[in-house]
Design a binder for this molecule. Structure first.
Ligand code: ADP
Ligand code: MG
Length: 676
């Protein structure tokens, strides 16, 4: 008997070979197949008149075959079957290469429906339909991603037999929610998504499945929020005089945006409920000082503060900067990383890497945890912190990120957080001059870097790879599409041997040991290294005020937000800074993206453009945000996100125990997220 939780091997057509392949892409049981949605749908009922068939378009034509021919190409001795098809508007050849059997499938005077891509036959100077499919049923057909090297047709066939058990799918969405948003049943949606009876039905199916994805996210966020509200927090009394003294010792005046964010944090912690707040602010907008003030306020109440950085390098840098700022106040700070563990038992503040929330860390009275360069505390992190509670009270959480997320997305991503935005740069900050450099001007760029270094400045060279990918080209062949991918190791060698033999060049990448990295960073920050060749490891946070040039190789391989981050590494000092972009691709999207970077210095604006140009999946920060992969829903669908959110909040407020099936589904969803 087929059922949802039975192995796919029970399906006709799934032998051991196909089974193994499917399992490799995570399709194990029949229900997995039901949720393997088509990538797109083709309408075999919608015919393009032959006269309208344009090159590179995918079309379905319907006509009569007037002639069939078979020939061999002279050059590569390929067998070609050609069928001349005619409709009221014109004629076109359908051609099949090396598919001799097609000769038996088509004959003159046969009425056919064909689907394929329009190409151009340079020899006969006319359009052709290249290797089209002979359409047997005129309907809407699903097209599946050919994952695991299995063709769409095979997926279609297997899934069709899997659909026999679709009716066994549990309907977990409460009727009231379905009615409210006009959603169809789950089983019906699954059937229609694989075999739509009409586009209307297909759209209804897409809507239901998209809603499901967003609704589960919204539910788990609403739940997290409700749960945090239930926790007891630590009331923090604010000593305004102390904070005033702190700001008066700073060598600069806080921006209004910094003040506002600090104020929001202080109001939060004063209330005594556990805070869960995200500070979003562009690179260099001065988030560290905001975090430091929050820390000072909390420490002043006798609690400890843990400050987590994504890398050891950053942790050290914070250690130094924050210690400088807090020096006057007699605050004890300890550094704890994977490699080094200072005694922190009596420390007021412990700065470090993720080592800070490992099980072996014991805090006396943890009051505030700050995570830098991260969007949020993951559920797992939060539950680790729960074990470190002080007198059963949840510490306040503050995350800080320089990856701006457009407002439309923030709604979906951060439903469980309060958000503060620092949308203002400290005064007098110079704009980094940004330029896309054509490959022919490479030498000029090197000359420019040399000139800057002679002025006493330093430069970064960022490469997309650590080592060259050794994709081998067979002897005697030239692969036109093989472009040189810049690797840090190769560039380092080239720059130190050929281009700048008399300068000191350093290399930094993620595969180096922490100790080596630290040594290099130290040398760079002391000015012993003139040019640092690095991979994306320098992306977050490193502060070298003396660096004025950021040269980026293979810029098309990075997201806009990421490029903006790199650029933010320079221009932190008083001198004019420059960002030079090199690209290995000149596609329209690349041009648009790099141009956007040249034109704008505003991280939020760039994130918005990236969203338009590449879609949410590519947006830096989304992947690390802990969102599950969305198959049907779009993060740009603000309206549906809102609907899901409103319903989710209502149901959570009412209590999920009134909806046992939904509750179970949510548990499964959260469980699968933790495993990711
Ligand atoms: P980010 O937001 O990227 O973490 P940082 O906190 O590292 O930025 O701050 C970047 C630099 O700006 C630091 O050197 C810091 O001392 C300086 N800075 C912060 N706030 C101000 C301000 N209001 N005016 C001038 N400089 C500031
Ligand atoms: Mg920072």
């Amino acid at each position: 008997m087929l059922d949802l939780d039975i192995s796919i091997s029970a399906l006709p057509g799934v032998g051991p070979k196909i089974k193994e392949k499917l399992e490799r892409v995570g399709l194990r049981q029949i229900s997995d197949l039901l949720f393997y949605f088509p990538r797109k749908w083709e309408d075999y009922r919608n015919f393009t008149p032959i006269a309208w068939c344009r090159r590179d378009e995918e079309v379905t034509i319907k006509g009569i075959i007037i002639k069939v021919e078979k020939e061999r190409t002279r050059l590569r001795n390929m067998m070609i079957v050609k069928a001349r098809v005619q409709d009221e508007t014109g004629e076109i050849n359908a051609v099949w290469f090396n598919q001799g059997f097609m000769e038996r499938m088509v004959r003159a005077n046969q009425k056919v429906t064909l689907h394929g891509k329009v190409d151009f036959d340079w020899k006969n100077k006319e359009r052709v339909l290249a290797s089209p499919i002979l359409v047997k049923e005129e309907k809407i057909v699903p097209v599946y991603s050919e994952g695991a090297g299995i063709s769409s047709k095979i997926y279609e066939k297997i899934i069709k037999s899997a659909l026999a058990v679709a009716d066994n799918l549990e309907e977990w969405l409460p009727d009231e929610v379905k009615e409210e948003h006009d959603l169809i049943n789950l089983a019906e949606a699954i059937k229609q998504i694989h075999h739509p009876s009409s586009f209307e039905a297909l759209n209804a199916a897409k809507l239901r499945l998209a809603f499901d994805e967003l609704f589960l996210i919204a539910l788990s966020m609403a739940e997290a929020r409700a749960e945090l509200k239930k926790e007891k927090g630590l009331p923090v009394k604010i000593d305004e005089e102390l904070l005033k003294k702190f700001t008066s010792k700073l060598p600069y005046i806080l921006t209004d945006a910094q003040r506002k964010a600090t104020w929001e944090i202080i109001k939060d912690v004063e209330r005594g409920r556990p805070m869960n707040r995200l500070v979003e602010g562009d690179v260099g907008s001065g988030k560290t000082v905001v975090g430091t003030m929050a820390a000072l306020a909390v420490i002043n109440n006798g609690y400890q503060v843990a400050w987590m950085a994504p890398t050891e390098i950053l942790a050290r840098q914070h250690y130094k900067n924050v210690a400088d700022m807090l020096n006057f106040f007699g605050i004890k700070i300890a550094l704890v990383t994977g490699n080094l563990k200072e005694d922190y038992t009596d420390a007021d503040m412990i700065i470090g890497t993720h080592a800070l929330i490992q099980d072996n860390m014991v805090y006396k009275n943890l009051g505030l945890v700050i995570v830098d360069e991260q969007h949020r505390f993951g559920v797992a992190q939060r539950s680790k912190l729960r074990n470190k509670q002080h007198e059963d009270r949840m510490p306040h959480l503050l995350s800080m990120t320089a990856t701006p997320i457009p407002r439309t997305l923030a709604l979906a991503l951060y439903g469980d957080l309060e958000i503060s935005i620092i949308n203002q740069m400290p005064e007098g900050r110079q704009k980094v001059k940004t330029q896309v450099v054509s490959p022919t001007d490479r030498q000029k760029a090197y000359d420019f870097i040399k000139a800057e270094i002679l002025k006493g400045r330093q430069a970064f060279v960022i490469c997309p790879l650590i080592e060259s990918s050794n994709s081998k080209i067979p002897d005697g062949q030239i692969d036109l599409f093989e472009v040189e991918r810049k690797s840090a190791v190769k560039e380092f060698e080239k720059l130190s041997k050929n281009v700048f033999p008399d300068l000191s060049i350093g290399l930094l990448h993620g595969r180096m040991k922490a100790k080596e990295k630290e040594l290099i960073m130290n040398d760079f920050s002391k000015g012993k290294i003139n040019i640092l060749v690095a991979t994306a490891v320098v992306e977050v946070g490193i502060d070298i005020p003396n660096a004025t040039v950021m040269m980026i190789e293979g810029a098309e391989r990075f997201g806009l937000a990421q490029l903006h981050q790199f650029r933010g590494r320079v221009g932190r000092g008083k001198s004019q800074a420059y960002c030079l972009l090199f690209s290995e691709s000149w596609s329209d999207t690349t041009k648009l993206r790099l141009q956007a970077l040249v034109e704008s210095n505003d991280g939020f604006e760039l994130a918005e453009r990236d969203l338009q140009l590449r879609g949410p999946g590519e947006l830096a920060g989304i992947r690390q945000s802990g969102l599950p992969d969305l198959k049907m829903a779009s993060l740009t669908d603000t309206i549906l996100i809102k609907k899901a959110r409103v319903s989710a909040e209502r149901l959570i407020a009412r209590g999920l125990n009134r909806y046992p099936l939904l509750n179970k589904k949510l548990d499964e969803f959260e469980h699968s997220r933790h495993l990711e």
